[in-house]
Design a protein around this ligand. Sequence first.
Ligand SMILES: C[S@@+](CC[C@H](N)C(=O)[O-])C[C@H]1O[C@@H](n2cnc3c(N)ncnc32)[C@H](O)[C@@H]1O
Length: 260
Amino acid sequence: MSPTTSPSPSNTKVVIRLPGEIDGTVDQDQEWCEIEVDGHSSRLRFHDYDKIYDIPGAYEALFYDELKCTSPTVVRDLLERALRNTGYDASSLRVLDVGAGNGLVGEEMRQLGSSTVVGCDILTEAEAAATRDRPGVYDDYLVVDLTDLTEHDRERMRSHEFNCLTCVAALGFGDMPPEAFLEAVRYVSPTGWLAFCIKERFVGEEDESGFAKMIRGLIDTGVLEVLERQRYIHRLDMRGRPLHYEAVVARRAPGSEHAL
Ligand SMILES: C[S@@+](CC[C@H](N)C(=O)[O-])C[C@H]1O[C@@H](n2cnc3c(N)ncnc32)[C@H](O)[C@@H]1O
């Protein structure tokens, strides 16, 4: 293991150790590393987000410094290009950022000029980390399971009158299932924007996750018009090999409010 040491916002010393060469196949939801915090080491799966968010600086140290994740900026740049090409003013965006985590994507949307940015995540630890690491980025933050919303949650979602949905590094692999994504799309107004990324395997012909079928269905039934698509390297895997994703920017079609 080759360690990477990163300073954290709270001066906690975080050291990441990746396993390097190991035998067999390890899918993305089984990847792991060792995280040493102030001299105490523990083994965590990359998907133990609750534990990772609880350590200031650990999420950035692992996914950004060590694994070179690019997704928040790739998705933001693609959305920015689509807005420019259509002459849409970013300051009119009212963004629902689902799978928001500790706020990296919310921060990108703020920098783009969005007037409203609301986070949504299934974990209370994500909201706490966003408040700790990026205070003021989100106007509101809903800790909910999108597949099991209460009427109160629905009302809170509707009250923000979203016209943009972002979802970065949060689809599939035990994170958001297709139904959760579809539920989020329902809160985006017709003509609203969608900017998201997904592992390329999940949008290919051989996909069994249900995402390819759902996205094709939304396009074929005229609910979504895809404006931009880009294949890119989302991050490295735990052995240092590139993971390819697709970034997509689409718009909800006018009159599609009853089609979902
Ligand atoms: C890899 S993190 C991405 C965080 C952020 N979007 C980023 O790019 O840094 C995935 C996030 O999705 C959240 N998540 C997983 N399943 C979810 C669900 N069903 N509904 C909402 N969020 C979910 C996780 O809790 C986690 O915070």
